[in-house]
Write a protein that binds this ligand. Sequence first.
Ligand code: GLU
Length: 310
Amino acid sequence: MSGASAIGRFAPSTTGPAHPGTLLAALLCWLDLRAAGGRAILRLEDLDPQRSSPARASAMRDDLTWLGLDWDAVQLQSQLRARHEAALDRLAAAGLLYPCRCSRSDIRTGAEPAPDGSFRYPGSCRGRPLPSGGWRQSDEPLRLRLPLGRIELRDESGASLSGDPEAVQGDPVVRRRDGAVAYHLASVVDDDAAGVTRVVRGRDLADTTAIQVALQRLLDLPTPAYRHHLLLLEERGGKLAKLHGAVGAEALRAHCTPEELCGFLAHAAGLRPDEAPTTPRALLAGFAWNDVARDDRVVRWHGDRLELVR
Ligand code: GLU
């Protein structure tokens, strides 16, 4: 990695409070960039009109600051809409967008499961045209007609991210029925606009990286380096998630100091032999991905403290 040119972002969805998994991902992304002398951007992904709010975005930012993380720039993704629309214009001009009228149950019926837990879109609406007035006139979800073809790609950790996204997930929604620009499109457009050279994020997003690379190719955007890291899991197996009510930052902050939480996260990530309190800055010296644990870890919240179960 060439340090001076490393530009990366931590891009949490602001659909709920930060939880320990969010904070671990933020810490690892920050360490990756700061250790290389790079530029670290916080991009608050607040495009979901139902679940995001200005208060949630600001709480996310505040929780990361509390942990000791700082940023060279902070972006609110909802303010970057003009670029997202310009990308939709380009995709529409290339004949790659179509409106989809399939309901969730239409898609589930007979569809193959996709690795991210959803179902492959079978392409039923592929032949439908956009309204004659253009994509803005459509009040249906808009999908991207993905070209058939395998994307060859390797994660910096060595894992393969290769695959044919059309065969695995099917054509993705790029603009939702409620008008929100969907994650994959917004993410690649914003990464490019910010000059992002490195994407460091949780392993749960590895399976759909090929969709993002396909989008980059269709829009003539460069592909950054990708690195997907371990996740913190709940005991029942799934990733800690805002939706499952994982312990949120408010409770964590009420019961731990930032140094205690940082020590816990550093130990969970394999960066420290024990949970002794520490700070992100103290972890910078000697930070190396080779020292970061590869396997996901299971954590339990006891109401007043976190425990690393395995
Ligand atoms: N906003 C996404 C999330 O919180 C992550 C985006 C990314 O890092 O590409 O899961």
